[in-house]
Write a protein that binds this ligand. Structure first.
Ligand SMILES: Cc1cc2nc3c(=O)[nH]c(=O)nc-3n(C[C@H](O)[C@H](O)[C@H](O)COP(=O)(O)OP(=O)(O)OC[C@H]3O[C@@H](n4cnc5c(N)ncnc54)[C@H](O)[C@@H]3O)c2cc1C
Length: 314
């Protein structure tokens, strides 16, 4: 049985561990933070492409959507299929994602917020990340995946105990591999409100006042956000939060006055394109899978399936 070590316990590492274990590998996940303490749990997380251009994005979107639809049948997974609105404020919006969403359709004029030129309504997965992280971890354990909590200094240090290493370390993957300086942090900040029963999500990326989204989950409403390239501060900024609350309440008036239940900051692992390939020059075969920007949850299953297919040929 092939011994495979996956570095990273975020949504990418765990999805890959799941697929490789299902294919028969003896998988160990090594990470210095579990999914509850990773960027993956800060994610909103609505299925939608953001800051993740790659030639394969369309296929990854489609595959992940299909997997999340199946997963949503299990209520304990924290995945719900929910109707929402993508607001468009340019004359040439990118609607390529619509091709894989069967009920995606242009919104009527009555659905448009002030200043919007058009919008699209669609039913897509909304992932309550805390519950999903626990579910995914349990699914991995059920397939025999082992977990080690420790920092990895170098890929080659893992060679003794592994026949294959997969690097899914998000933002720190390039440094770990030592051959890639193109991953940059894109700081995001959210404020979570009590949820009196809202279900419909809103994405308003091109809002002239700033990136705006509202994602009602099972137990709260995630309001965002910002995309600060190169910023690394992990403390919520009060002025950013005030502006987020102002923008989101302008978009969804029912939010005004709702109690704040928590706050979050995370650094999206951004890269010109997602890196999913074999990496040469190491003591054992190494596969890289990182750089998913603002779409790691959205693309997770499609990428994990491709890593498993790549690994099957090694
Ligand atoms: C505010 C915000 C909102 C977002 N909203 C969405 C959304 O709505 N939809 C969506 O799809 N995405 C969203 N994202 C993006 C998403 O969170 C990321 O794309 C995704 O979490 C990346 O997952 P990952 O597994 O690659 O990285 P991470 O979650 O960062 O996990 C990396 C793992 O690698 C481990 N690691 C790294 N280096 C080492 C090392 N040297 N040794 C040991 N362990 C190591 C870490 O401990 C961790 O376990 C959002 C992000 C933010 C910040």
């Amino acid at each position: 049985m092939r011994r495979t070590t996956v570095v990273g316990s975020g949504v990418i590492g765990l999805s890959i561990a799941h697929e490789l274990a299902a294919a028969g590998d003896a998988v160990t996940v090594v990470a210095d933070a579990d999914i509850a303490h990773s960027v993956s749990t800060v994610a909103a997380a609505v299925w939608f492409p953001y800051l993740s251009a790659s030639p394969q994005t369309g296929r990854w979107l489609e595959r992940s959507l299909a997997r999340f639809r199946d997963i949503a049948l299990d209520p304990s997974a924290g995945v719900d299929l929910r109707l929402g609105t993508v607001v468009e404020r340019t004359t040439d919006p990118d609607r390529s994602w619509m091709a894989v969403v069967d009920d995606a359709r242009p919104a009527t004029a009555a659905d448009l917020p002030a200043g919007a030129l058009s919008a699209v309504r669609a039913t897509v997965p909304v992932v309550t990340t805390g519950a999903y992280g626990q579910w995914l971890t349990a699914r991995c354990r059920a397939l025999g995946v082992g977990f080690e909590v420790r920092h990895v200094e170098s890929v080659d240090a893992l060679a003794e105990g592994a026949d294959l290493v997969v690097v899914a370390g998000g933002l720190r993957s390039g440094a770990l591999l030592g051959d890639d300086e193109s991953v940059v942090p894109v700081r995001g900040q959210v404020v979570r409100l009590e949820n009196p029963g809202l279900t419909q999500w809103w994405i308003d990326d091109d809002n002239p006042a700033g990136l705006t989204y509202v994602v009602p989950r099972r137990d709260d409403i995630v309001c965002g956000g910002v995309s600060e390239f190169g910023a690394t501060g992990l403390e919520p900024d009060p002025e950013t939060e005030r502006a987020i609350l102002e923008r989101t309440a302008a978009l969804v008036p029912q939010l005004a006055g709702l109690r704040i239940v928590s706050r979050g900051v995370g650094l999206r692992p951004s890269r010109p394109v997602v890196r999913l390939e074999r990496v040469a020059g190491h003591a054992v075969p190494v596969v890289a899978c990182y750089g998913h920007g603002g779409s790691g949850v959205t693309l997770s299953w499609g990428c994990a399936e491709d890593v498993a297919a790549l690994a099957a040929g090694l």
